[in-house]
Design a binder for this molecule. Structure first.
Ligand SMILES: Cc1cc2nc3c(=O)[nH]c(=O)nc-3n(C[C@H](O)[C@H](O)[C@H](O)COP(=O)(O)OP(=O)(O)OC[C@H]3O[C@@H](n4cnc5c(N)ncnc54)[C@H](O)[C@@H]3O)c2cc1C
Length: 508
């Protein structure tokens, strides 16, 4: 393939998800000419957006890439390549990590790596991110909640009846259920119509606060920001010394092109960013870019997650917007365990086509009945960073994901604790199914930041220790995964990095 003519910008941002979008918005309106390169296209707003048949059974939006697991088995990963990245499909649960998540936590199977910054450093940026995404929530109900200097931008989304009853019963047991922070414009003047699909579905109305609507589109209103879709970055090219990135090689319309810039911000998602840095190995950087420490593609984490259907055999669950409740009573030591177990929260409403994979032999009427009579939960435990939990690039160029799972004893115990709790509050039958390697929804950790260049790839502002003009701002910088949904933390740190870059643009 020939390489077509060069283009040149001040800043190239690779990936239009949360990280890339937040930096683009931070630098919008400056004198810098910014190009966002996105491998996917705009996700069309169409009837299939809300069809479980299309989204789950036909996997209409999932990538057709083949990845390989640690046994060499091929699989089609739960990856979505569109403007806005994975937030086009996310469940809009927008949590701040807890203060202890940054300082380090002792788990049953080991301690987490402390972050090179503390909660207080991210706190203002969490507030900014909540404003940008339009988060609803209520402070004060969850004892694990960190201090905040700004209120939630919107009041909490009220619980629907069956959820409200669960809250009352949990409170009667001495627990502290709280309103899940949610980025959905379900308020006066908002466009959300409680369609019933949110988690794992794109929003046809743009009512979900995702990276496309909340970051990329506002950034594109500025003349200095350009988005180029259908442009997959295949390699980063460094100068003769191997110290500065000078160009991104991109595949667009079947041709290879090069785009040059003074500053490169990589935000292709934790798995693809690591793969790109590894694929960009050159004579001066034989282990890949940003990788003199050898950590790139290591410490892959993804949370231990189990889905649960708590059945209400005598009552149809008519809830339209279920994602209003979360419980952190087991997040740290509790009566159930001396060590942390994790977070319990509501899932989006499960529908019959979503059960076909888990219950292939069950007759359709049974799957339908289960889906109509269940309240659906998500049990999440921290995945601990392990050096040999890796993303690698095979000789044929494909991604190999060797996820070494950790902390599973705690997770299994948490599943039992959650099942008992749900039975105690009135759900007589609880079914559960763990999520597997093919759904790396909460991927993180593969280009970790830190204070020691020998043990981390990025500095505390996400700048590569090895390359002055390369930043990596997607979830790959996480040194630990916490046990809470990651998107707000990605946004907060990318806004922090964006502000830092804005003040130093002249240096590049
Ligand atoms: C079904 C689902 C539900 C989720 N629910 C929640 C939730 O409720 N709350 C929460 O906090 N998190 C949730 N998440 C996780 C959340 O979406 C991610 O943590 C977040 O989107 C990560 O943002 P990112 O910027 O790191 O990467 P991404 O969102 O993955 O963005 C990366 C972007 O880079 C593009 N790209 C990749 N490779 C290249 C390349 N080589 N060249 C050019 N472009 C490239 C991709 O197409 C994509 O647009 C969910 C995820 C999924 C899949």
């Amino acid at each position: 393939m020939s390489v077509a003519s060069d283009e040149s910008y001040d800043v190239v941002i690779i990936g239009s998800g949360v990280g890339g979008g937040a930096v683009a918005l931070s630098l919008a309106g400056t004198a810098a000419r910014i190009l966002i390169l996105e491998r996917g296209e705009r996700l069309p707003r169409e009837a299939e957006n809300w069809s479980a048949e299309a989204v789950f059974a036909q996997q209409r939006y999932r990538t057709h890439e083949t990845w390989y697991d640690d046994s060499g088995n091929p699989f089609r990963p739960g990856q979505y390549y569109f403007v806005g990245g994975h937030t086009k499909f996310y469940g809009a649960a927008m949590f701040r990590f807890r203060e202890q998540d940054f300082a380090g936590i002792e788990h049953a199977e080991g301690a987490t790596t402390p972050w090179p910054l503390r909660y207080v450093d991210l706190e203002p940026w969490y507030g900014e991110a909540e404003k940008l995404f339009g988060v609803h929530g209520q402070a004060g109900d969850d004892p694990t909640e960190p201090p905040r200097s700004s209120p939630y931008p919107h009041p909490p989304i009220p619980h629907e009846p069956i959820i409200g009853k669960a809250v009352e019963r949990m409170r009667a047991l001495g627990l502290h259920p709280f309103h899940m922070p949610a980025a959905v414009d379900l308020h006066a003047g908002g466009t959300c119509i409680r369609c019933g699909t949110c988690d794992a579905f794109p929003c046809r109305l743009g009512a979900k606060g995702d990276a496309e609507t909340r970051l990329i589109d506002p950034a594109l209103r500025h003349a200095n920001v350009t988005l180029q879709t259908g442009s997959e970055v295949v390699r980063l090219i460094t100068n003769d010394e191997g110290k500065r990135v000078v160009a991104a090689e991109i595949r667009r319309g079947g041709q290879l092109h090069q785009v040059r810039a003074r500053l490169f911000v990589l935000s292709a998602g934790a798995i693809n960013s690591a793969a790109l840095l590894l694929r960009s190995a050159d004579a001066r950087n034989p282990l890949g870019l940003a990788n003199s420490s050898g950590v790139v593609g290591r410490y892959f984490m993804n949370h231990n997650c189990t889905g649960m259907m708590a059945l209400t055999p005598l009552q149809v669950n008519a809830t339209r917007f279920p994602k209003t409740l979360s419980v952190n009573d087991f997040y740290f030591a509790s009566t159930a365990s001396e060590k942390p177990l994790g977070n319990l929260q509501l899932l989006g409403k499960i529908q019959e086509p979503m059960l076909r994979g888990a219950l292939p032999r069950a007759p359709q009427w049974l799957r339908r009945w289960l889906a109509r009579h269940s309240v659906d939960w998500y049990v999440m435990s921290e995945d601990l960073a392990q050096r040999d939990s890796t993303v690698r690039v095979r000789d044929d160029g494909a991604i190999e994901l060797r996820w070494k799972r950790s902390n599973l004893r705690a997770h299994r115990h948490f599943v039992e604790v959650a099942k008992k709790l749900l039975k105690d509050i009135g759900f007589p039958i609880v079914l559960s199914k763990p999520f597997g390697t093919d759904t790396p929804s909460h991927q993180c950790g593969t280009v970790r930041f830190g204070t020691d260049p020998a043990a981390s790839a990025l500095d505390p502002y996400c700048r590569a220790w090895d390359h002055d003009n390369l930043y990596v701002v997607d979830a790959s910088f996480f040194p630990s995964s916490a046990a809470l949904n990651p998107a707000l933390t990605v946004a907060a740190q990318a806004l922090r990095a964006g502000a830092h870059l804005k003040s130093r643009l002249h240096e590049f």
